[in-house]
Design a protein around this ligand. Sequence first.
Ligand SMILES: O=P(O)(O)OC[C@H]1O[C@H](O)[C@H](O)[C@@H](O)[C@@H]1O
Length: 544
Amino acid sequence: MDSTYVPLPSFEEHASRLAGTHLRSLVNDASRNERFRRRVGPILLDITRQKLDVAALDAVGAFIESTGWEAARDAMFEGKHINTSEDRAVLHTALRGGASRHPAAPADVRREVADALDKMEKLVSAVHRGEGESVGLIGRVTDVVNIGIGGSDLGPRLAVHALEQFHVKGINSHFLTNVDGQAAYDLMRKLDPAHTLVILVSKSFNTQETLLNGGVFRDWILKANGGDQTKTSKHFIAVSSNVEAVNKWGASQVLPMWDWVGGRFSLWSAVGASIAFAIGMQGFRELLAGAAEADDHFRTVKWQDNVPVLTAIAELWNRNILGRSSRAVVPYVDSLADLPSYLQQLEMESLGKHVHPTTGKEVAGSTVPVVWGSIGTNAQHAYFQALHQGTDTVPLEFIGLVKPAHPLRENQDVLTSNLLAQAAALSLGKTFDEALAEAKTGTEEQRRALAAQRTFKGDRPSTVFMLDSLTPHSLGALIALYEHKVFMLGHLWGINAFDQWGVELGKTIAKQIYPSLANDKDAGDIGQFDAATRGLIEAIRDRR
Ligand SMILES: O=P(O)(O)OC[C@H]1O[C@H](O)[C@H](O)[C@@H](O)[C@@H]1O
């Protein structure tokens, strides 16, 4: 993390000019729009509906240039220890560096990455050929269960679900993540233990939920194998940086993770093994190549054309200048239904910080907004009312597809026209006079009251990403663009985007509470807890 933190200016002159400028007039300025649309390979970014004009964009761009962003970016790609609180490099880009035109990671890292991919390829190909035994796994696999949580679940889950049309026939993918026993129980009832392969993914190999669920599946498979431990271990591949703990646990194969990859940036490593089992190793390498294309773009293109920089500018403007506290992500692509929850971790775990890492001082402005959302058009029939007419303005991000994988053209055209219509309606709105002209009956007072309710203020900003089609390549590129936006915002907000200390306190308290729930008879010592927690523990015990 760069120690020369430059606080964000208020851009007062631009902000006050734009406060009096409705998006309706901004989006009709075609010369402006030419600056607000950029492409990276199969992805078009359109920020024409953000509340910026060219002068404001250039002012933010000039500020970004003054922050030394290129040097900070290069330090990440080169493996400098920019995650200072953990004294670690941040090298998720090295995981796809093999496909990059500008690989920058240290040679030993590149070698380790290539070796791990080769090892993964051997396992995946053998299983796909039905020859798992040749690599120490079970012979015939019909079902692959990924057990992991957070970054060990969300990225692989997103990619496996998004790329369903590329799935290898005969292998079903499943994700078990929460510790709620219902999910594990339902899955075990559905699957045949004889043909189930489990990928136990945990960077730390110390995550309560993952180890508990892993144990449940190990017991289930052990029982099916008549207590034979060796046979049982052939159903398990572990992915972790904690090899010692994995060996104690008893999986037949370990694929590596490294401390220079954060969990939420790790789908490109063996953490993404479930993706490779689902779409094949060639598909997985295409995903990496898509990400590498986005990396090369981010590393070589000036800010004016740089998609991650432009998306960071839009977010910065909405968050810090306009004070928007959330952003809705709405993919008009069913297969991207997991994108909002993936982005919640990527963005909120990365950017939910409030102090500068070198000085420990509070940063000057707000940091991450709440990220939420779900697929369109469904979202239109649920919460879009509030987005159009509620008292808060929520910037939106739409994701659409030009060419779907199915032949149902009418469905696709209806879907896309809804996306375009929502972006237009949110920005343009409908004036009181337009609404009044439509109110034909009733007294003047009634007409005016109705018109007020049918008025849309508009002026609500949105971004559109259009993907040519949804492939491993375009998905890889899209996710990597988001990762780089996160990097940019961490840099501009003066926070460390690569640690996650905020997750720890709750985990510690959960471990303290657990014994007082686990043991019904012994009241245990709950005196150590606050009165509110004590009250709830007692209420739960009373009703058991
Ligand atoms: O992969 P693991 O070590 O099991 O960690 C899984 C997840 O748990 C933690 O709570 C972190 O907040 C996440 O960043 C991480 O992805």
